[in-house]
Design a protein around this ligand. Structure first.
Ligand code: ATP
Ligand code: MG
Length: 594
């Protein structure tokens, strides 16, 4: 039996009262008929005179002869309703096993910004998601975070990353493993969109802007963020699995925090960089056989202690110094190995200064390309730290605005983002960035990659993205997940049975059955030009992938015939465009005396 609704109770009470009023009048007329024992005549008289209000005026009477049949009438209505409630089932005809269906143009229409086509995230040939923070109908507000999954070669870059860069609608942070997006879209962004192009190239560091952590460290909180991130991304999976290693990791963290805090508070601005950390490490020492040995680094921290007793640097260094000489030596060795990537000259040079000015992404249209090597991950933690510092600084900038949103919204297009390692607390950033005008398109090859990136929080990460695009692939668990998410529909099933012989019979029976809209094996076989788009609260869409060549700015992409982006010539681009668009150059003679 299903639950009784409030409205049904109200109807029942009204009907009970009405039945009592009607019975009150019928009973009065029956008594007036004087038919005594002849019940049929009395009833016929009562019905006949029911509406003769001019002769028999309508009034309610409350004596026992009249009230008894009234109460009986009310009880009869009550019993009828009890029977109705007890037998009524929760029938959903045609939806018994699921109500999924494919979405249509009408379903996606309220989510698209039709007035300004550039103000949309492109999801497929037909589906878009407006970047407007508030839609005309609040029911159509969705966060702008997207998870894209597509096997190798399924068109993650061509059908998602490139079309969205062509939109020129926000500042962009682009993870670009092959450098392919920068090469093909860089000129279009600079010339057509007037974007400032910034590049962190960990593959070819000579072709990179410089990036230094320290200008982004505004408080001790950021020191802890950088150190935690560095430790998380430079720990091997085996080391993390051994809880016995926890002591060493914590000790290294204490020493590294002390060094960062020291450089941050004691060094000149031009010395605040990773080289200074390595310089401090080079004067650290500990001796197994001499617990009282004082290293040059000990003296530096002793001096700082006199100047600023109890500061973060001293507190963390004193924590490290609690270790015995032998242990301290091991800690120094471990940390030295951990910091080895920074010892490489190219990396020292790359991190000696900062040219990225990450905060400016929120104030002027900027495209920041993060080029990471595809096959080795040694330096990728630098990108993870960059992401965390960038988000912290952008959050701070947004909080200072009157509407608490960035003046220029920022979109992160994380092509092959699993390659860069783990961005600590990514799930927290993803769940809060919407209100500040930041959104993210996370692009993976398989769902298992998402899981591997953050075992504990991957479901929260995927769950906090209102949009999911599947470009196809062979990985089984991904196909099962997408098939399950798309849902089940109810289909009709006809069963026939036939018995042969001298008394043969033939029967036919129709019933309903639940069936995946696309089962995992069908999901694996979706044609190469098709994709699945799922937007929370809306039916899933099976659509064509976006035809890049149809984008109005396609001609400005290298794919459309334009020149490839060149790092060396990037500053000439805007100037070149200026001269290309200048019809006449007039030379003027300057007065020599000026
Ligand atoms: N000029 C073109 N016209 C139509 N389709 C194209 C064109 N160039 C490439 N493609 C399609 O794009 C697919 C490759 O796209 P893309 O490199 O974006 O895939 P991907 O998923 O990013 O691959 P990877 O995993 O290697 O990064 C090809 O399989 C092809 O079907
Ligand atoms: Mg790609």
């Amino acid at each position: 039996m299903r639950q009784v609704k409030k409205s049904e109770i109200i109807v029942m009470v009204v009907l009970m009262l009405l039945s009592m009023v009607l019975m009150n009048r019928l009973a009065q007329l029956y008594i007036l008929s004087n038919c005594g024992q002849n019940f049929t005549n009395g009833i016929l008289f009562a019905f006949d005179k029911f509406f003769h209000f001019d002769v028999y005026a309508f009034k309610l009477v409350f004596n026992s002869n009249v009230m008894f049949p009234c109460i009986m009438a009310a009880v009869a209505v009550l019993l009828a309703f009890m029977y109705y409630f007890s037998t009524k089932k929760n029938f959903m005809y045609g939806k018994e096993h699921g109500s999924a269906r494919w979405g249509t143009k009408k379903d996606i229409a309220p989510f698209i910004d039709k007035k300004n086509p550039d103000n949309n995230i492109i999801l497929s040939a037909t589906e878009r998601l407006s970047l407007a923070p508030k839609m005309p109908n609040p029911l159509h507000n969705r966060n702008k975070n997207v998870v894209v999954i597509g096997g190798s070669g399924k068109g993650k870059s061509r059908f998602i990353a490139k079309p969205n860069l062509c939109q020129l609608n926000t500042s962009f942070v682009v993870t670009d493993p092959k450098g392919e997006l920068l090469a093909e879209c860089g000129n279009m962004l600079a010339v057509q969109g007037g974007y400032k192009i910034k590049i962190l190239n960990l593959e070819e560091m000579a072709q990179s802007d410089k990036f230094n952590f320290f200008p982004y460290i505004k408080s001790e909180k950021e020191i802890l963020i950088v150190v935690d991130n560095l430790i998380a991304n430079t720990s091997s999976a085996e080391a993390e699995a051994h809880s016995g290693d926890d002591f060493w990791v914590k000790s290294e963290r204490a020493l590294l925090t002390a060094l960062f805090a020291y450089v941050n508070s004691e060094c000149r601005n031009d010395e605040k960089n990773i080289s200074s950390i390595l310089d401090l490490m080079s004067v650290a020492a500990a001796r197994e056989d001499d617990e009282d040995f004082v290293s040059p680094l000990d003296i530096m921290f002793q001096e700082l202690e006199k100047k600023e007793p109890g500061c973060l640097a001293c507190y963390m260094y004193n924590t490290f110094k609690l270790a015995s000489g032998k242990t301290a030596k091991s800690i120094l060795v471990s940390l030295g190995v951990r910091l080895a990537p920074f010892a490489i000259n190219e990396v020292r040079e790359l991190m000696s200064d900062d040219e990225l000015d990450l905060t400016s992404l929120g104030t002027e249209k900027t495209a920041l390309f993060l080029i990471v090597p595809e096959t080795y991950t040694t330096f990728n933690f630098i990108v993870c730290i960059l992401y965390q510092l960038l988000l912290e600084r952008l959050y701070d900038l947004a909080k200072k605005q009157r509407n608490r949103r960035l003046p220029i919204p920022v979109q992160i297009i994380g092509d092959e983002i699993a390659n860069i390692g783990q961005i600590p607390n990514l799930q927290r950033y993803i769940s809060t960035m919407r209100s500040y005008g930041i959104s993210i398109i996370l692009i993976f090859q398989t769902l298992t990659q998402v899981e591997a990136m953050d075992k504990q929080n991957w479901k929260t990460i995927v769950g906090n993205c209102d949009t999911f695009v599947y470009l196809g692939g062979k990985e089984q668990s991904t196909n099962e997940y997408v098939s399950k998410s798309v849902g089940k529909m109810t289909i009709d099933q006809r069963q026939t049975n036939e018995t042969k012989g001298s008394h043969g019979s033939y029967g036919m029976q129709d019933s309903t059955l639940g069936r995946d809209l696309l089962d995992p094996s069908e999901m694996e076989k979706i044609p190469g030009d098709k994709c699945i788009v799922m937007l929370s609260g809306v039916e899933p869409f099976q659509s064509k992938k976006y035809p890049l060549e149809k984008h109005p700015r396609y001609q400005y992409l290298a794919d459309g015939g334009a020149e490839l982006f060149s790092f060396e010539r990037r500053n000439e681009l805007v100037l070149e465009d200026f001269f290309d668009n200048t019809e006449q150059v007039v030379s003027i003679q300057l007065d020599e005396s000026v």
